[in-house]
Design a protein around this ligand. Sequence first.
Ligand SMILES: Cc1ncc(COP(=O)(O)O)c(C=O)c1O
Length: 643
Amino acid sequence: MAPSDWSTERALQYYNIAQWGAGFFSVNEKGHVIVHPMGQPGPVIDLMDVVEDIRERKIGFPCVVRFQDVLRARVKQINEAFAKAIAEMTYGARYFGVYPIKVNQLREVVEEILDAGAPYHHGLEAGSKGELLVVLGMNSDPEALTICNGYKDEEYLRLALLGRKLGRKVIVVIEKLSELPLLLRIAEEMGVEPMIGLRSKLTTRGTGKWEGSSGDFAKFGLTVPELIHAVRILKERKKEHCAKLLHFHVGSQLTEIRVVKDAVNEGARVYAKLRKMGLGIEYLDVGGGLGVDYIGTPSAQSGTVNYTMDEYVGDVVYNVQRVCMNEGVPEPHLVSESGRAITAHHSCTIMNVFGHIEIGSAEEIAAASVPQPNEPKVVREMRDIVQGMTPRNRAEAYHDATAKKEEALQMFKLGILGLEERAVVESLFWKLARGIADLNRGKKRLPRETRDLGDKIADQYMANFSLFQSAPDHWAFDQLFPIVPLHRMNEVPTKDCTIVDITCDSDGKIDRFIENDGVDGVDETLSLHALSEGEPYYLAMFMTGAYQDIMGDMHNLFGRVNEIHVFVDDEDPEDFYIEEVIPGDPVEKVLSRVQYEPAELFRRVKQALDQKVKEGAIRPKEGVGLGDFYEAVMKGYTYLSGP
Ligand SMILES: Cc1ncc(COP(=O)(O)O)c(C=O)c1O
């Protein structure tokens, strides 16, 4: 693309920022990515100012940046979307959202959601004993719900009932039938009235990467015969009035609105029938599943969603209302357990690019392009192929060059071609490949063999992060996350790149990206800027706020990432402040987790150093310095230190 065709507006469109950014991200005239933490119009934060602050404070990259205002905005957005739909459709009950803390359990995230959700009585959901301990400590609003999901033992049930003793609306969702008699027994022992939820295993199946959460063979929930059995148990014990909620969950990140409608219809029918059987159900909980648009195009392809939050909310309210009217039952309060939709946008991971791997560098190609006297025949022939390549014969030239490269390899193995000559053959081959990739760029109908040549020879940008720690869903599910340079957006990006992380794992790479210009698809490369010697280059991976932080692992002993929490400055809408810095794991912490005692490791290394000093191989002062250095690395960050 010609520099004259480029602008920051063009960059905004090229990286599809306005679309996946949901109004929270944009580009300013300096060519920097900016954040509108409260939506647009509103206060603005320049992400390069945040980078500067991180550098000044010597915090170190990679660094997770949380925009707590974005979190607050999303909580407000979902509650107001439900309130609006309920008012417009004169729906006869209310919405009580709950945040499933498994999506991101960080205390500051949960606190912010509760604080922003307080006017709406937004509650919490727990899926384990550990999470319930958190939730009981955090959710003290007697109007807000606490939903207890997941398999439960006696301890879990007692904990939930402890919440009832505190006067909280703690609902125990029965995931398997045997939990029901156990709950009733313990409740009686504790002298407390339980609030019971029943999870229905819907036949409607989700679509997308998490579709296994639903359908007849799903892990959780009661089948229809089991629901009937549960009604019988409740009636026998005269506890029908304790059944307060019907729950279902057909999968996270539902890609198609059709599935949402189907699931809500099926779930609402089950609710109506159970009501008619005499259960006192007041809440219908539609679970999670409200998706976010990681790509920026409203399509179910590439794992993104074909609907908006408003459409989702409208469909939930409308379909429940329609079924209730049809069945002649009261409209229940609506509950959703939306986690991803609330948290995904609020955090990003900033990383520095510290180098690149280039196949056939310009220098090597230039050197190989100058013919030398007495070159072996195979080199001369490769040179002829490269020189003779034209747009018309490029596929043929590629075939010939591939064969010639192979011939050179065989000759090398037989000892009749030297290493230098082999290097010339290979550099000429890459020269040809680059030439063909240039000819192919932007063209649609391409010879089959050369179609993905551009992707194969793309530069690999080395970024200071671990994919397994910061974006495990990309590795596990091919989930795409928007990745964008944070600066230089006023320059044309000229390099087609893939990104490699710093783990020693060949899976630690990103070679699937959102296609430029919002075309509905996936690209094997990302357009980035050429690296300039001595100038840092920063990228951010966006929309990592849901699941990624908490599910990341310690592959290669790269630990948790440094983290800052950024707020808009109330006094100055162009400024921000860092409210909190949470240091990432130091190496010693990660080592302790795999059972190494850092002090013992230090003692061993120190002993070896002392021995060398004794032998006179190392001077005493140097020995002390090396020991101090070992200890300092142990206390330092697990990632590369850098700009
Ligand atoms: C029972 C339950 N509720 C809620 C959620 C959160 O879903 P989401 O993040 O799609 O909102 C999940 C996640 O899979 C879940 O299993």
